[in-house]
Ligand binder design. Structure first.
Ligand code: FES
Length: 264
């Protein structure tokens, strides 16, 4: 199939689908196809668009659906296997429908010892979820995630990929209660939370105009810069690199002092 031929999205994709993928009805429509085409048009090499295309699929279906996988393959002129290689490598891509709100708990050592494990246990118990599961009402899904590069705010939680810093089990459970009641919550360094699918659309490359909501960098993140300024520390000058470096490494020149076999 050429990359311009798209399957009839109203028809099932046939047997032999990925057994790991939940067969839920897809919401992908012609507008989605147009936006997927727009994404691949942003890159000199079309297949470079696969990551944002998969985020867009998630923004529509709530996970990387079989329909979305097939569509990405068709549009890019690559195989379904090649799409799945990517979709199964990155943990941000879900093979089962995520909840309206996707909660990530950092379980890497620093967050874990500062309270992340207690937060994880509290949320698991409250929502009765294990890693990767979604509540029956589709409201919440839970994921243990690895270091979010936000260690200066440990322990951290993400909700719909937005940071909730310096969490405690009590504050985390309060967030869940507020979201369940439809109350607005502002992430600690970003906008008021929306939902998983809306965040996925932003990650796909369709901004929601909220990029400047919240501080660009909080005080803990820039503390090192402030200390350096006070002490007038600067980074060392870069070491010049010669473009005339020989292709084959040269044997280090030895001197009598470094030669072995003393006594010769
Ligand atoms: S260990 Fe949790 S953000 Fe780094």
């Amino acid at each position: 199939m050429s990359h311009t031929e798209i399957r009839d999205l109203s028809q099932p994709l046939g047997s032999g689908g990925d057994p790991d993928v939940v067969q839920a009805p897809s919401r992908i429509n012609e507008q989605t196809v147009a936006e997927l085409r727009e994404l691949l048009g942003r890159y000199p090499v079309a297949r470079s668009a696969l990551l944002p295309m998969l985020h867009l699929v998630q923004s529509v279906d709530g996970y990387v659906s079989e329909t979305g996988v097939q569509l990405c393959a068709d549009l890019l002129g690559i195989t379904v296997s090649e799409v799945l290689e990517v979709a199964t490598f990155y943990t941000m891509f879900k093979r089962r429908p995520a909840g309206k709100h996707h909660i990530g708990v950092c379980r890497t050592a620093l967050c874990a010892v500062l309270g992340g494990d207690a937060i994880w246990d509290a949320i698991r118990e409250k929502l009765e979820l294990e890693d990767g599961e979604t509540t029956p009402d589709g409201l919440f899904s839970l994921e243990g995630i690895q270091c979010n590069a936000a260690c200066d705010y440990a322990p951290v939680l993400t909700i719909d990929w937005e940071f909730m810093d310096n969490m405690t089990p009590e504050r985390a459970l309060t967030c869940i209660d507020l979201l369940a009641a439809g109350q607005p919550i502002r992430s600690t360094r970003g906008p008021i939370l929306t939902n998983f699918r809306a965040s996925e659309r932003v990650l796909a490359g369709f901004p929601d105009g909220k990029a400047d909501d919240g501080p660009a960098a909080g005080a803990p993140s820039v503390r090192g810069v402030r200390i350096a300024k006070v002490n007038q520390w600067t980074a060392p000058e870069p070491i010049p690199v010669s473009l005339d470096t020989p292709e084959t490494p040269q044997t280090p020149r030895t001197t009598p002092a470094t030669q072995s076999g003393g006594g010769e």
